[in-house]
Design a protein around this ligand. Structure first.
Ligand code: GLN
Length: 185
């Protein structure tokens, strides 16, 4: 069962994608929701500072970090990518620190607001990418991180073992191919 972190942000949109793929999910709103049947995790877009604070207050940070290090497939979109990153530029503490990349928040080129692009991601052609105050991956911190997309000279999609990180929002498009790729991990 896919657990969708649902403390803040775009969790309903991910749920709609999974419904269209006939995939069972559960919203994770507090620690008690993190039950033994959760074997996949989606970390949503939103505001990573708020999500960080709520994860701590709700005592969800360590149980989720343990699930990620146990190797369950994880997809982090936008703020979710920031939560996964081992290093967040200009911030002292990472959150899950499970994905060996350094991310810059709110710093995609000169475009701070939202914009769209289209790109190839790991063999998926012309995927519609929506960026909203997006982060980008400034550096990869391990040779094992695969770069899946670069747009305007910025890394926007990576894979490392069980973890997928996207700077954009696949859940805000009608295109389900990245969710399918995640579910095939
Ligand atoms: N700017 C947000 C942050 O830093 C991320 C934006 C998003 O998830 N759309 O957390």
């Amino acid at each position: 069962m896919v657990g969708i972190l649902a403390v803040q942000g775009a969790f309903i949109e991910h749920a709609h994608c999974l419904e269209r793929l006939d995939c069972e999910y559960k919203f994770l709103r507090n620690r008690a929701d993190i039950t033994a049947d959760i074997d996949r995790l989606i970390l949503t877009g939103g505001e990573s500072t708020t999500q960080r604070k709520l994860l701590k207050e709700l005592d969800m940070l360590y149980p989720l970090k343990n699930l990620i290090s146990d190797g369950i497939p994880v997809m982090g979109t936008c703020a979710g990518l920031i939560l996964l990153a081992q290093k967040i530029s200009g911030e002292e503490e990472p959150v899950f620190a499970s994905l060996p990349v350094e991310v810059c928040r709110n710093a995609y080129g000169r475009q701070l607001g939202s914009f769209s692009a289209s790109g190839d991601i790991n063999g998926i052609r012309d995927f519609p990418m929506r960026f909203i105050r997006a982060p980008f991956v400034k550096k990869t911190l391990s040779d094992e991180v695969e770069i899946l997309n670069v747009t305007d000279e910025k890394i926007t999609a990576v894979r490392y073992k069980n973890q997928l990180g996207f700077a954009f929002h696949p859940e805000l498009t009608d295109d389900l191919r990245l969710h399918e790729m995640y579910l095939s991990l």
